[in-house]
Design a protein around this ligand. Structure first.
Ligand SMILES: CC(C)(COP(=O)(O)OP(=O)(O)OC[C@H]1O[C@@H](n2cnc3c(N)ncnc32)[C@H](O)[C@@H]1OP(=O)(O)O)[C@@H](O)C(=O)NCCC(=O)NCCS
Length: 177
């Protein structure tokens, strides 16, 4: 029996043109879109323009998280420079099994601190996004502040919570399932 068949694998890789339809489908899903700063449906053309512009920049890393070779999430690191403070954004597939978020955070932070050699990853979450707030805290982030009434969602203002994780605080196995 081939034992390697039983090994579960987490992988982070660069997003390519082949991922465009899948990522747009995730991004437009109500469960993802409603927690983004821009929450309109994104058409194919706009999505392609965003991808070409962003993926062509050395300061952005657009990534796909895979578990057992199945794409389950998207991660973006922006403002990436060596020893820099970069921002991240992310979402899991609306169909992702329980635990996908934790696995995504573990793989993405390994990429950030080991490959990109970042000094710090910072993230933001709308105050009503409980999943993202828990996700950041579970991954070892500290809450660093609240931007009051920072975002207008079309009907009301919302607070934005700021999170940060320093390279020296990062624990590679944080989020172990
Ligand atoms: C934010 C996001 C990535 C977080 O992922 P997630 O839902 O926490 O992912 P998980 O499946 O790992 O965790 C879900 C819950 O299951 C729990 N869980 C995970 N694996 C588990 C397991 N094996 N057994 C039991 N419970 C488990 C987690 O602890 C969490 O529970 P909690 O809510 O009590 O903390 C995801 O919700 C998402 O994509 N949301 C929409 C987009 C978004 O908001 N993006 C971020 C913008 S700032």
């Amino acid at each position: 029996m081939n034992k390697s068949k039983n090994i579960c694998t987490e992988n982070i890789r660069i997003m390519t043109h082949d991922d465009l339809d899948l990522v747009r489908c995730w991004r437009n899903h109500e469960s993802v879109r409603s927690y983004m700063y821009t929450n309109q449906i994104i058409n194919k053309e706009k999505h392609l323009i965003w991808f070409e512009k962003t993926s062509g920049s050395q300061f952005n890393h657009l990534l796909i998280f895979e578990y057992n070779q199945i794409p389950l999430g998207f991660v973006n690191f922006s403002n990436v420079r060596r020893s820099a403070v970069a921002e991240w954004g992310f979402y899991t597939s609306p169909d992702a099994p329980r635990g996908a978020g934790r696995r995504l955070s573990r793989a993405a932070l390994r990429y950030a601190f080991e490959q990109l050699k970042l000094h710090k990853v910072s993230g933001q979450a709308l105050a009503n996004n409980e999943a993202s707030i828990k996700f950041h805290l579970n991954a070892g982030f500290k809450q660093e502040g609240i931007l009051r009434d920072q975002h207008f969602n079309g009907s009301c203002y919302q607070d934005v919570l700021c999170f940060g994780l320093l390279a020296g605080e990062w624990q590679p196995d944080c989020g172990e399932i």
